[in-house]
Design a binder for this molecule. Sequence first.
Ligand SMILES: Cc1cc2nc3c(=O)[nH]c(=O)nc-3n(C[C@H](O)[C@H](O)[C@H](O)COP(=O)(O)OP(=O)(O)OC[C@H]3O[C@@H](n4cnc5c(N)ncnc54)[C@H](O)[C@@H]3O)c2cc1C
Length: 512
Amino acid sequence: MLKTILPRAAQRSVLSASRAGPSKLSTAPAYQILRQVRRGYATEAEDYDVVLIGGGVAGYVAAIKAGQEGMKVACIEKRGALGGTCLNVGCIPSKSLLNNSHMYHQILHDTKKRGIEVGDVKLNLAQMMKAKDESVNGLTKGIEFLFKKNKVDYIKGTGAFASEHEVRVNLVDGGEMSVRGKNIIIATGSESTPFPGLEIDEEKVVTSTGALALKEVPKRMVVIGGGIIGLEMASVWSRLGSEVSVIEFLGQIGGPGMDSDIAKQTQKILQRQGLKFKLNTKVTSGEASGDVVKLELEAAKGGKNETIEAEVCLVAIGRRPYTAGLGLENIGIELDERKRLVIDQEYRTKIPHIRVIGDCTFGPMLAHKAEEEAVAAIEYIKKGFGHVNYGAIPSVMYTHPEVAWVGQNEAELKEAGVKYNVGTFPFTANSRAKTNLETDGMVKMLSDKETDRILGIHIIGPNAGEMIAEGTLALEYGASSEDVARTCHAHPTLAEAFKEAAMSTYSHAIHS
Ligand SMILES: Cc1cc2nc3c(=O)[nH]c(=O)nc-3n(C[C@H](O)[C@H](O)[C@H](O)COP(=O)(O)OP(=O)(O)OC[C@H]3O[C@@H](n4cnc5c(N)ncnc54)[C@H](O)[C@@H]3O)c2cc1C
């Protein structure tokens, strides 16, 4: 490690100082460099095979993959922790709160009928947040370990292009350095899209980041946007006792990818859990005054106006690529109309050795999509070929029950004029779901009318997020619904509902 990172002169200086004894060693100029190296910094402008700007899922996975491929690699991250949005303020903390708030809610409302009587149940929000922070810290430290294992130099600072091969880094602990890369990959991620006129203070008017760290349960919460992030956060705070209203401009929740049958069922279930919805409704303005946030609402198609008040307002209207301060102007790379960095199929910008992966370019803003691109981008650099099937990227909403889908939904097939078969199977008819007293939801499968090739799978139900892996594999391998239907599934499992939905797509389900 010392040999690979320290310049040769510095190596010699440290070596001779160390021979002269400990007092000499600590004053040697190169000792300072060595200490920096020990803290995980690279130390000088040097040539790397690959430099990653951004240590989120896209950046850190690409860095590890590059290390595994024997490339000399550095990863620049400004946050002071690896893992990006996903680990620090996204997937992981939200799933921690979703899991634990669900347990709390279940203990309060769903144990008596199971023969479990519990005494006083109290929420300790500070402890719930601590549990979340511990999960996050453990995982981010895990990536640091993987960096060391795969010989990735971790540079803590903000990177900006000085030229096409050189990145200037403003170090987190002060000072600057430069790194040169034969290949440079931009993986700077995304940020919450602001709502015009509503100033985010992350206490009363919050993005998902603030919603993951509230210090007390707000009496009322209003969520602008009924997409996945909005509904996950709405679920957390509603379970913990807040009165939550979700305002959605479109006529259905879950965002455009969610099949409308599934979205309708999801909305009903979430309403039963206490969430309130206003669909086809536009927030026209908002302001925080005193202890409340007031939003003015209007029917999306114009007309009726009303005001809604809450102690906390979550702005969850989407995310936008983040490229601020990257020095793109120094290399002449431009953004498209949605602020995405433009790339070709091999993730190359118009400067071929500069590539882009993850949230800051095209495609769904999902951690597993970023991860796939990271591996493929390194393979393109190293071997000249890579693979990501954008037709088989699953989406999961981790509410209770979970909602998951992969491939196309019914509306998309109709719009494309594709003739299809539909098969469904409800969890009310699945023995495991019945045993677990968790029968909400269904599996819906769509296959090509002529060839029976599976085109889309949509699930709402317990563990849908795990079950969708089978659907994704089926889609990836071009399976027909008959292929799945003739595959033996263990009994009693929730996955049998998946098999029966396939049976109902090409023939008949047995149990419904
Ligand atoms: C609340 C929430 C929940 C989510 N849940 C899920 C989920 O369950 N499943 C899922 O698949 N996705 C989820 N996502 C989306 C997921 O987090 C992102 O798709 C994923 O993090 C994208 O990875 P990335 O590496 O492209 O970007 P990011 O994770 O945003 O990482 C980019 C990194 O680059 C750093 N950076 C930026 N500019 C510079 C610079 N100039 N120099 C150095 N560093 C820089 C940033 O500090 C950041 O750490 C969620 C997002 C949110 C907000």
